[in-house]
Design a protein around this ligand. Structure first.
Ligand SMILES: *[C@@H]1O[C@H](CO)[C@@H](O)[C@H](O)[C@H]1NC(C)=O
Ligand SMILES: *[C@@H]1O[C@H](CO)[C@@H](O)[C@H](O)[C@H]1NC(C)=O
Length: 399
């Protein structure tokens, strides 16, 4: 009896340890699944132009060569797309960087300012906030996806991707005094490519799959729908007897402005029947692949408004599943630095105002010296000379 009792005592802590380890690994597993797309990390790779095309062009290595740094962060299908479209990697890298830039611009005056520091040693480009399916995450998916369609399309026009160039097909009817002509930005190629590449970064088994795919497409549509007509006059001494026009990409700032508006009006959704979003089994996969269009429609239908009085989201609305944290206090797990130390605007009643920015906490006031370029003059030729002016400025900082 005594012996058995002791054995049980010995086994107890062991069991507990096993259970704890199991719990810990399954928790780690869910965290792992909730990472942002790995391809976003291309932004951190210094110069991807050296990583693939040179090797392929010089034929020193096989076509299948891809730098290990890139290989690691791309999924199989994405690697194939990169190999089949030499030059595209540079465009994608530019896209991810302009997404970072635009995100910081759009959110510069908000509690969440798109700056993952001081947690920027994390592998996530935008910090750990993407582990939560909130508005900010929805915005990031749409913005990065929009950035890729934008830079890839631009690169086609510039001739830096081997597999695409300008779109010379005239589109739509011409007007009375103008006609289609010249080099249109190839948005069709950009759309097709970025849909394949960006959506391939998502995991079908992730319950958020339909939400992420929806937000990716929102980003692309905002680029596509803002394409503008650009024209040039011809004729004797600029008389403009003939005008030719082509399609030009919108400025990316305008796209990010529009996405920021969608952020403010984003819809919280529920997944109607998450079971449908599971990976199709092998037998059905081929059939499903053929019906890609049908499938897309189906994912879209999975999103149902959280509040049943609200209208279902449109194709251009951002959607999210969870409310955002308030971003007021430091939270290492979510990579939130809190608003302590942030500058606020004493006279504003908006989100940059001291009340909202400091979350009702105190703020202190400081007078700082600011340096600025001033009294600039143009010197023949061709230089602009400025003085440096110093002045005192009052700033307010959240405690
Ligand atoms: C992290 O952020 C700090 C401060 O913004 C910056 O100086 C540093 O270079 C960043 N490190 C990385 C790896 O981005
Ligand atoms: C502070 O907010 C006011 C009112 O919104 C605005 O007019 C002013 O330009 C802001 N100041 C700064 C430094 O942003």
């Amino acid at each position: 009896m005594r012996f058995r009792w002791r054995a049980r005592l010995k086994g107890g802590p062991l069991m507990l340890a096993v259970i704890l380890i199991l719990l810990w690994t399954s928790a780690a597993d869910t965290v792992k699944k909730r990472r942002g797309p790995k391809w976003w990390r291309i932004a951190r790779i210094s110069d991807p132009s050296n990583l693939i095309s040179n090797h392929i062009k010089s034929n020193s290595l096989s076509d299948h060569y891809l730098d290990p740094a890139i290989h690691r962060i791309l999924r199989k299908k994405q690697r194939r797309l990169v190999r089949e479209n030499p030059g595209v990697l540079v465009a994608i890298a530019k896209g991810t960087r302009s997404a970072v830039h635009e995100c910081k611009h759009q959110f510069r005056n908000r509690r969440w300012n798109c700056d993952p520091a001081p947690f920027n040693r994390s592998k996530e480009l935008f910090g750990k906030i993407v582990s939560r399916a909130c508005r900010e995450t929805a915005f990031l998916y749409a913005l990065t996806s929009a950035a890729v369609i934008h830079t890839v399309t631009r690169a086609c026009t510039e001739g830096t991707i081997d597999s695409c160039n300008c779109d010379y097909r005239a589109k739509g009817p011409s007007g009375l005094d103008w006609e289609w002509g010249g080099c249109s930005d190839n948005i069709e190629f950009g759309h097709k490519f970025s849909r394949l590449f960006v959506d391939a970064g998502e995991n079908r088994r992730d319950p958020r799959f339909p939400v992420n795919l929806h937000n990716n497409e929102v980003g692309r549509l905002h680029v596509k729908d803002q394409m503008r007509k650009e024209c040039k006059c011809h004729g004797m001494s600029g008389s403009c007897t003939v005008k030719t026009c082509w399609w030009r990409l919108p400025y990316f700032r305008r796209v990010s402005d529009a996405l920021k508006d969608r952020f403010d009006g984003a819809s919280r959704v529920l997944l109607k029947n998450a079971g449908n979003a599971r990976a199709p089994n092998d037998r059905r996969r081929n059939r499903r692949r053929k019906n890609r269009k049908k499938k897309k429609k189906k994912y879209y239908k999975l999103l149902k408004p959280y509040n049943q009085d609200h209208k279902p989201p449109t194709k251009k609305d951002l959607v999210y599943l969870e409310d955002s944290p308030d971003f007021c206090v430091r939270n290492r797990k979510l990579g939130i630095r809190g608003t302590s130390g942030r500058e606020c605007n004493k006279t504003s009643i908006g989100v940059d105002g001291c009340d909202l920015m400091c979350c009702g906490r105190e703020f202190h006031t400081r007078v700082v010296e600011v340096q600025e370029r001033c009294s600039c003059t143009f010197q023949w030729c061709c230089e602009v000379k400025c003085k440096t002016c110093k002045y005192m400025k009052t700033i307010h900082i959240c405690s």
